[in-house]
Design a protein around this ligand. Structure first.
Ligand code: FES
Length: 179
């Protein structure tokens, strides 16, 4: 004859203990999650947010696609000037407070003295904000702008022959790229 053992009813004391243990673990888990979140936020402050700034050195196209005279690159605020086979690049950022200067074609050429040399100019850059004016080579001659417009280095890309502007390097106002 088989004897069956009757299951003992759960002890109310042990139920109480397991409930307490469960609540303790739950509380501990919450504290750990809170600490992990705090640690993550603190760690994040040590890492700078990624900023997507425009490239400072970039291709602008093949030399023969540029028309004679001036081309404005709106995104970079640059003027590219083509004179036959020679190119140079002038910043459109006014050296006073940074407004964008406008290219102005003169009705007739005028003779000006730039750094002791008399030159004939055909165009100027005018700033609409406070009236600064620059000769076509970027030399400031009127208004509050304290210095000339910047020139940036131009080069030919060795891989495909496109024109490259390097805004990391300023160039002398007499240096042009011949292609
Ligand atoms: S920003 Fe050009 S003159 Fe002031």
């Amino acid at each position: 004859m088989k004897l069956f053992k009757k299951n003992k009813p759960e002890n109310s004391n042990s139920t109480e203990i397991s409930r307490r243990t469960f609540l303790e673990k739950l509380g501990l888990g919450g504290v750990l999650i809170g600490l992990a979140g705090f640690g993550f936020q603190s760690f994040k402050t040590l890492i700078p947010n990624v900023r997507y700034e425009p490239a400072k050195k970039f291709k602008i196209g093949f030399p023969n696609t540029f028309t004679e005279g001036i081309t404005y690159l709106k995104e970079q605020r640059l003027y590219v000037l083509k004179n036959g086979k020679s190119f140079h690049c002038i910043s459109a950022v006014c050296t006073h407070l940074g407004c964008t200067v406008k290219y102005v074609n003169l009705n007739q050429p005028k003779k000006v003295e730039i750094e002791g040399t008399t030159k004939e100019i055909h165009s100027e850059f005018h700033c609409p904000c406070h009236g600064s004016k620059f000769y076509e080579d970027g030399t400031n001659f009127a208004g509050p702008a304290p210095k000339p417009l910047k020139w940036y280095k131009m080069e030919i890309s060795p891989d495909d022959g496109q024109l490259v502007i390097n805004m990391n390097e300023e160039s002398d106002r007499s240096v042009t790229l011949t292609v």
